[in-house]
Write a protein that binds this ligand. Structure first.
Ligand SMILES: O=C(O)CCC(=O)C(=O)O
Ligand SMILES: [Fe+2]
Length: 366
């Protein structure tokens, strides 16, 4: 047997959550999807803007605040992505969340599967999911709603009644801080777009039943040139606050200017912020929801945590008149829809590759 066949025949214990044991070859993607740039090639991604909140003081709308808002909007118009530093969230809260998730991922599979996700809702722990059929992601995932009841319920299933607190307290504390940071970003984007400051944030005040966190762990992969941690996709929600691994790269963005994949360099104690489909529609296409993916590597495991902000279900996603001109190119692009309806459709649809979720609302498909 040649070396390659031997490698592809290796069993993948760490990602086999069902009775059927997976081999490396089950994770091989179609040829067009194979990553052409390596997980630690970051040169082209250095053009993605970096925004610091060091001069932003809540409630003070001075010149440096306005400048930062404008820079943020410009980054989201061009890239749909920016790196955020000096965000003000205590390192301890971040480290605690990461440690609790790493500990959980390190448990034996039978224990993790006690909190295994049910088919009806994508919540809980999951490793390789046979529903995907092909193009299996090289990742294990913890997905939880921002709901104390749900987080405690999951932790209790995995750890039992007495020991769940450390995990659930860490996750809930992290989500609470990210929610506040998300509201600040929404206000800054609204200010930068010339909308009332609370234009977006006021729709997030009620229940947060769909806001969630997705923690991904990508184990070392023997065949990173043919596998993907997470295939190309855009995030359907409004805004994503992504915590990348501090050291191990893997996030790649499909540059909207030249359609080339670019890698985002990990920066310790920073976040990567990106616009989701719903915010693209809400801003009449001004802020871009951009396709991205996660690639894997041979040597090191990588952890990332994506926090997806969702408005209340009944909120109508409709571009404000300030962003709509009666004539092209800024005439109204999307039919109004509620976040709840869009979410229902997303839950019922099969996995898609690239960016297709919003098409159903386009007024004139382009
Ligand atoms: O792992 C990463 O850096 C990307 C994660 C991501 O895009 C997602 O979970 O939606
Ligand atoms: Fe994503």
């Amino acid at each position: 047997m040649d070396l390659n066949a031997q490698l592809e025949g290796q069993q993948v214990e760490s990602l086999s959550s069902t009775d059927s044991k997976f081999c490396v070859k089950d994770f091989v993607w179609s040829h067009e999807e194979w990553p052409k740039i390596d997980h630690n090639d970051f040169e082209s991604g250095d053009n993605i803007p970096m925004i610091s909140l060091s001069k932003v003081i809540k409630g003070r709308k001075d010149d440096s605040y306005r400048q930062t808002c404008n820079d943020m909007v410009a980054a989201c118009e061009k890239w749909g992505f920016f790196k955020l530093i000096d965000h003000g969230i205590k390192l301890e809260i971040i480290e605690n969340m990461k440690n609790m998730c790493s500990d959980l991922f390190d448990l034996p599979m039978e224990k993790k599967m006690k909190g295994g996700r049910l088919n009806s809702l994508p919540l809980g722990y999951s490793a390789t999911n046979p529903d995907y059929g092909k193009n299996l992601p090289w990742a294990e995932i913890i997905q939880l709603l921002q709901s104390p009841q749900q987080v405690v319920g999951f932790a209790t299933k995995v750890y039992g009644d007495q020991y769940h607190h450390k995990f659930s307290d860490a996750m809930l504390a992290y989500m609470e801080e990210l929610d506040k940071l998300g509201m600040l970003i929404f206000e800054m984007l609204a200010d930068g777009l010339g909308l009332p400051s609370d234009f977006f944030s006021k729709s997030f005040k009620e229940e947060k039943e769909a806001t969630m966190i997705r923690v991904n762990r990508y184990p070392p992969c023997p065949l990173p040139e043919k596998c993907l941690g997470l295939g190309s996709h855009s995030d359907p929600h409004t805004l994503t606050i992504l915590l990348q691994d501090d050291e191990v790269g893997g996030l790649q963005v499909l540059s909207p200017t030249d359609n080339q994949w670019v890698g985002i360099r990990p920066i310790p104690n920073s976040f990567v912020i990106n616009i989701g489909d719903t915010l693209e529609a809400w801003t009449n296409g001004r802020l871009k929801s951009v396709v991205h993916r996660a690639v894997v590597n041979k040597e090191r495991s990588r952890l990332s945590a994506a926090y997806f902000l969702s408005p209340s279900s009944q909120v109508m996603i409709e571009s404000p008149p300030q962003l709509v001109q009666p004539i092209s190119p800024n005439s109204k692009m999307y039919k109004p829809f509620t976040w709840g309806d869009f979410r229902k459709e997303l839950l019922s649809q099969k996995r898609v590759s690239g960016k297709t979720a919003l098409h159903r609302y386009l007024i004139s498909p382009q």
